[in-house]
Ligand binder design. Sequence first.
Ligand code: SAM
Length: 660
Amino acid sequence: MVLNPVISKLSGKLVVLASASPRRLEILTNVGLRFEVVPSWFKETLDKSLFKAPHEYAVETARQKALEVARRMPFKHLKTPDIVIGADTIVTVDGLILEKPVDKADAYRMLSRLSGKEHSVCTAVAIVLCHQQENEEIDYQMTDFYEETKVKFADLSETMLWEYIDSGEPMDKAGGYGIQALGGMLVEYIQGDFLNVVGFPLNRFCKQLDLIYNHDPVSNDVEHSVISSNGSLTNSIANPSSNSSLSSPTTSNPHTDSPIQNGPSASPASKVKRKDGQSALDDSSWALVNSLSKCSEGQENVSAVGSPVPPVTSRRPMNLPYVVDNVHTDDLKRVMELMDGFKASKVLFTASKLRVFDLLETRPGLVGAEVAQALEASLKGTECLLEACVSLGLLERKQGGSSLLSISHQEVVYENSRLAQRFLQSDSPSSLLGYMEHCDELVWPLFSHLESAVREGTNQHAKVSGKTITTNNLFQDLYYFRDAQKLQFMRAMHSIAGVAGPAVATAFDLSRFKTACDLGGCTGSMAHELAKAYPGLSVTVFDLPSVVEMSGDLFKDKLPKADLYILARVLHDWTDEKVHALLSKVSDACTPGSAVLVVETLLDGTRSYPALQSLSMLMQTMGKERTGSQYTQLLRQHGFGDVRIAHTWNFVDVVLAIKN
Ligand SMILES: C[S@@+](CC[C@H](N)C(=O)[O-])C[C@H]1O[C@@H](n2cnc3c(N)ncnc32)[C@H](O)[C@@H]1O
């Protein structure tokens, strides 16, 4: 299509970009567009499974972003924009939608998925035109489109991936990369609009503005749906030859003359369809999407919270304060989740202890009564527990049991979720049941004394078991004083090492070491993982006499000879003084080029797990978790000049320190 001048058509208009993306801002500024930035409060949480194709999800998100700002501004900013632009960029690969990574581990998952493959970048843009009418009501007209660009990544090495992730660039970008900066290094070729990959398809946007401002939509016979503030469809004209699109976010079928229901139109599938039945995305027809009076402030907020499609319902009087908005709702949700965190943990521990997951592994598809019978528990309590497990993603609820006790085939039956199959069944290789039992029996009672621990700065065993624990008797008197306790502790250590072991073993290339000694190696689970990863490595486990045959006291006895010493979750048990004593001893046992592998949860980044784990150490031991740089400093003080850190984002991270 011939492109006419469009940007000048917007001069004198209040143009608003409903996006905080600096890249979109730059693209639009560069072409001389004058606009305000009002980031949308619409949360990108639409249920992706409701959309037939990924681009439909992006379009709907762009629409909701733009509409939220268009509806908020007259009330919150006390001015009505002329035009609001919303955009959403998604990356799709193997049918999967990738948005912005939530953390480094997520960025790693995304980028390794993109490595060596072609993927698609889709930016959807929604343009809302706001017309203030004489009666103070505002009409909203919306048009939207999307642009797709194919991008091919080179094969990326692990080092390249991590170097890029550690640059911090992936974090605020769809798909975890930015083509305009460092991420450009990853790209072999692109097919399509480069700026679309950056975040805004400028050319297509200008074509769309051309359609809007250089052609009169009504005289062009384009599709034109009007929804009045009482929610009824008042007009509908169609032009089947039209090739651009506009849709009404509030109508389930704007092509009918029937009245449209008030209230939330829940499904994104309610988007306008073209006359020919195609998705509206390639159309450029018009729809007057909404008409709201200025006094419907509360409604604006309700819609943004509850539904992808803003409802048009009865008006609220201006003087009735309406206090819920997206931001508040998200904060409230977070606080509620945190307040309920202890209940969720206890549900997990109890269901594990009652062996619900083992039962449903051997007998999947049981109804509540059958589970209650097998557990010898009350029906009422069992049903509550099962439903709580479903809500936490531990179990799946299905319809139609075929069991003897089921009354009808429509009865609810339960099965283990994938998460439960992997981590909660006792026979799974990555079962965490041992650790769960430890958390429930030992850590849980300690945490009820968190306030005392914070005030006193010490462990709380005296309050729970009446035992005063010091650096000299931590293991012997606490964990190993009875066989049952010892085995429980060892099971806990074993299960974590089993899950984290493969990531620890491969965090660095350790193939040059021939002998390793796992100091405080407990059941040998970590040693086993190392030996598996490096068939040429002979690993010895050294622990207290009550734990292993190759025994001794780390602090008193001579250490076995090795060229790699492993200290996995040992240093975090001890005071700085003891840590210095131990590292000095390990350093003495090392020759130049030998190394120590410190495996600990590093207090780096913003994940909650390490911080909570550090509190757990405070409650249980003499020690604490430390940051990567604290370990680096400690190790350097003991003659390990070359210190490298690998964050595995598993239970533990890894520090490799090589002796000078
Ligand atoms: C927290 S556990 C870690 C176990 C194992 N490294 C892992 O990551 O699964 C600490 C280990 O240090 C051992 N340990 C504690 N004090 C010790 C000492 N004085 N000498 C030798 N081993 C000790 C304990 O028996 C226990 O196995």
